[in-house]
Design a protein around this ligand. Structure first.
Ligand code: PMP
Length: 296
């Protein structure tokens, strides 16, 4: 599903077939969840294939690597160039790109000098699908920001996400919504969360969440469209009485939500600001306007 006989990936400066690439089993990332990564999308546009907000994604990869003290010697500009070549070599246009920076052989708990860079891509539909989502408040909280760098995209953080999504699916829901350690709504396992009440949008402030690039794009679109967004703390109870809600993420894009813990939102999705923003987002990622976000 992620690769075929012919798929080519970029590994430590070389183009290699995915089926021939390998990794030491004594890798620090495999044993302890220590690696940093990104999730990026490219879109087929009237101006050819364009990677949405490539600079923001690779800047965040640098931020994550620096926080975890994993060396990353490629610049953002080089990484963008490699990404376009990766798409071209695999004949991909609407695609999902996955850069991963991981340490080498190291069974200790100390950051090492060695690191590796992997860049691969595949075709991936919208991560949470196209149907409205039924969420449950997770019994798992987001990681304590004093236990890790929550704004870094570290592989190990995703054990928390896997627990939350698995729990939600096993209980018959589509996805989880996680709280912070004080009981405020934080975010989804792989997406930021917004809800709407009386034509105002609310989303959690930074502190316990990943600073999503799609979340930022929603702020930009909302401003252009004259919608008010408030970054403030709120509880699941506030969400129960919402008019609408949605997740935002590169893989999920803008995904409409139907209910939280069985409490259905007041408006049909098509009548919400979220619906309008989801359409504006689709236009933004496929149109010229976002050339601004391309190579610096
Ligand atoms: N929160 C989490 C935990 C995520 O994994 C993601 C996906 N990267 C997001 C939010 C959304 O981030 P972005 O919009 O940058 O993809």
């Amino acid at each position: 599903m992620y690769y075929t006989e012919n798929t080519i990936l970029y590994l430590d400066g070389k183009w290699v077939k995915a089926k021939d690439a390998s990794l030491t089993l004594y890798n620090q990332s495999l044993h302890y969840g220590n690696a940093v990564f990104e999730g990026i999308r490219s879109y087929s546009t009237e101006d050819g294939t364009l990677i949405f907000k490539a600079k923001a994604h690779f800047d965040r990869l640098h931020y994550s690597a620096q926080k975890m003290q994993i060396p990353l010697s490629w610049s953002t500009e080089e990484l963008i160039r490699i990404s376009y070549e990766l798409l071209e070599r695999n004949n991909l246009s609407d695609a999902y790109l996955r850069p991963l920076v991981y340490p080498g052989e190291n069974m200790s708990l100390v950051a090492g000098e060695e690191s590796h860079l992997l860049l691969c891509a595949w075709e991936w539909g919208r991560y949470l699908g196209d149907s409205l989502l039924r969420l449950m408040t997770s019994s798992f909280q987001r990681p304590n920001p004093k236990a890790c760098f929550v704004e870094a995209k570290v592989t190990g953080h995703y054990t928390n996400s896997i627990l939350a999504t698995t729990e939600a699916k096993q209980k018959g829901y589509d996805e989880a919504l996680l709280l912070d350690m004080y009981g405020n709504v934080a975010e989804g396992p792989g997406a930021n969360f917004f809800y709407e009440k009386n034509e105002v949008l609310y989303t959690a402030p930074l502190g316990n969440i990943l600073s999503g690039i799609t979340r930022q794009t929603i702020f930009e679109l909302a401003e252009e469209m004259g919608f008010e967004v408030r970054e403030q703390l709120f509880s699941p109870r506030d969400v129960y009485d919402a008019d609408g809600a949605f997740f935002t993420g590169t893989a999920a894009e803008v995904a409409g939500i139907q209910s939280l813990d069985g409490n259905k939102f007041n408006l049909p999705w098509e009548d919400t600001l979220g619906f309008e923003l989801s359409r504006a987002y689709n236009n933004r990622v496929q149109k010229k306007e976002y050339k601004n976000f391309e190579l610096v």
